[in-house]
Write a protein that binds this ligand. Structure first.
Ligand code: FE2
Length: 306
């Protein structure tokens, strides 16, 4: 076997191990401590970038002639080393990290990191396609986190949690850009958790009882959520919230979030066009009803209701 083939084989084996580890970690991350999730999300992000670099190098190597091997050898060797090191450094977050009391929906990190999706990009198909999730999570949600980090670098907000930034900047015209990006980063994190594969169906009994008290029936509550989502003019969000002791449905425009008006969000449906246009075009109601019937995560809502 030539050195080129030898390295290629080693790197491909390493790629497989790292990808398996990433998949295992992502599946387990949902139940881990909030701080551990944030920490490991960053690590997964870095490792994924290394994977991309290594894949590119392998492709380059495959296309190059045997005589170009010397030119690529060092680069490939370095990529392999960093990949192996990254793989060895991976630990499951629940193994030895303790929850420090921060809410899972209120991560503190500087800079802020994009938390991993709680499921695979394809897990919500066919209701929401992998393509939609890929763009929505990988471009839109990531964009809000990246923009926020740029906007708060070196400011008094740089070490604050998303919720704190949102509360401190809400309604302040000179802080609109920071508020919008912080709120969108938070809203999307909350949105991914508001859905799950094989969701929908009957809410757990304690939530069902509260729905019946506040809305008369589960169906009436679902209808209110759908109406709030469909009637939101332009971009925004439809929320099930706790307002005092009562459940309520509200919608918000653009990046606005009920956290700033004293209500406690329980779950949310994103009705920005980027959430559904690739799959449903202008049929927002079809998207909303499908999400409520097939994906909504009532357990998450109950968890938030406390
Ligand atoms: Fe969105």
């Amino acid at each position: 076997m030539s050195r080129k083939d030898d390295y290629k084989k080693k790197i491909e084996a390493e790629l497989e191990k790292v990808q398996a580890k990433l998949a295992e970690w992502k599946a387990g991350a949902k139940s881990s401590a909030a701080d551990a999730r944030v920490k490991y999300a960053k690590q997964v992000d870095e490792l994924e970038q290394k994977l991309e670099v290594t894949k590119a190098k392998l492709k380059e190597l495959g296309e190059a002639g045997e005589d170009a091997w010397e030119q690529f050898k060092d680069g490939v060797e370095n990529a392999w080393d960093s990949l192996s090191a990254g793989f060895r450094g991976m630990r499951h977050p629940s193994a030895d990290d303790k929850d420090t009391g921060h809410s899972p929906t209120d991560p503190v990190s500087s800079p802020h990191v994009l938390p991993p999706l709680p499921y695979a990009e394809s897990a919500l198909a066919p209701i929401i396609s992998a393509k939609t999730i890929g763009f929505h999570f990988g471009k839109h949600h990531k964009g809000y986190v990246d923009n926020l980090n740029k906007l708060i670098a070196g400011t008094e907000y740089s070490d604050l949690s998303l919720e704190k930034i949102i509360r401190l900047t809400a309604g302040r015209v000179e802080r609109t850009a920071i508020f919008n990006n912080a709120a969108q980063a938070w809203n999307h994190m909350f949105y991914w958790k508001s859905m799950k594969p094989k969701g929908g169906g009957d809410p757990p009994s304690p939530l069902k009882e509260r729905m019946e008290i506040s809305f008369g029936s589960v169906d009436a509550c679902k209808k209110e959520i759908a109406d709030a989502a469909v009637s939101r003019f332009g971009s925004g969000w439809a929320w099930l919230v706790l307002d005092g002791a009562a459940l309520k449905v509200v919608n918000t425009a653009n990046a606005d979030v009920p956290l700033t008006t004293g209500m406690k969000p329980l779950l949310v449906v994103d009705v920005w066009e980027h959430a559904y246009y690739l799959d449903y075009q202008n049929r927002r109601a079809d998207y909303v009803n499908a999400v409520i019937d097939k994906l909504i995560n009532w357990d998450f809502a109950l968890e938030n209701a406390g």
